[in-house]
Design a protein around this ligand. Structure first.
Ligand SMILES: CC(C)(COP(=O)(O)OP(=O)(O)OC[C@H]1O[C@@H](n2cnc3c(N)ncnc32)[C@H](O)[C@@H]1OP(=O)(O)O)[C@@H](O)C(=O)NCCC(=O)NCCS
Length: 201
């Protein structure tokens, strides 16, 4: 029986009216860098998760995925059992990066920034911490798997120095039994795998 895709929300916030958006309702717009939604980078602290963060980690997984299990790179990962780094900004839990060693690289199992904090450099700070983490363990690279519809992440990771490594064509459509609408209504079909060495981007 194919797994049914639920579309949890809100993932994003409209830069014009502030409405919270499920993935399928989000649309892209092109601006100059001065007029991107968000503001100057906010102060953000990235630190290893502690036991006290468990509830916040469950909450962000619930909002981003509806669960704590993530299937990527042909494996299933429970976020709660991985190495997690959390971003705290203005005294609030702003985002999470969940990491696991896979195939000799450090894999990003999940990266999620709450809509209130998107566009302020929180995601970049979490990725920078993951790169440092990989380097300190002597791992050569950080990798991530994203779905083909996830244009914000595709843009984000390339801005953070990642390049396409491979595409598992049809993997997600096969898994779910059909190509369901994802970000902006784009059919979800493929897992795109990107990688960034731990050297300078
Ligand atoms: C993709 C995601 C990780 C980006 O995090 P972020 O903190 O907003 O990103 P940053 O502010 O650090 O941006 C870093 C770079 O990525 C680019 N980028 C970020 N979001 C982008 C978007 N939506 N579209 C295009 N480019 C984007 C920025 O332009 C920036 O590059 P620049 O500074 O060189 O111009 C974040 O939007 C996210 O978590 N999305 C998934 C949905 C989700 O999980 N929602 C929250 C919980 S439900």
């Amino acid at each position: 029986m194919p797994e049914k895709i639920d579309v949890p929300f809100p993932h994003y916030r409209c830069g014009e009216c502030g409405r919270e958006l499920p993935l399928t309702d989000a649309r892209l717009t092109v601006t100059c860098d001065q007029h991107q939604p968000g503001r100057a980078d906010v102060a953000v602290e990235v630190r290893p998760a502690t036991r006290n963060d468990q509830h916040d980690i469950e909450d962000i997984c619930d909002q981003a995925l509806g669960e704590t299990e993530v299937d990527v790179f042909g494996r299933s990962f429970d976020v709660l059992k991985q190495e997690n780094l959390v971003a705290v900004s203005e005294g609030r839990f702003a985002g999470l990066i969940s990491l696991a060693v896979d195939g000799g690289d450090l894999a990003i199992v999940l990266l999620s920034v709450y809509p209130d904090f998107q566009g302020y450099g929180v995601g970049r700070a979490l990725v920078a911490a993951a790169v440092e983490n990989a380097a300190s363990r002597g791992l050569p690279a950080v990798k991530v798997g994203i779905s083909n519809d996830d244009i914000p992440s595709f843009s984000f990771y390339q801005r953070c120095g990642f390049v396409i490594e491979s595409v598992a064509r049809g993997l997600l459509a096969d898994k779910y039994g059909s190509a369901e609408p994802g970000f902006s209504g784009i059919p979800v079909r493929d897992e795109m795998r990107l990688r960034r060495s731990v050297g300078p981007a």
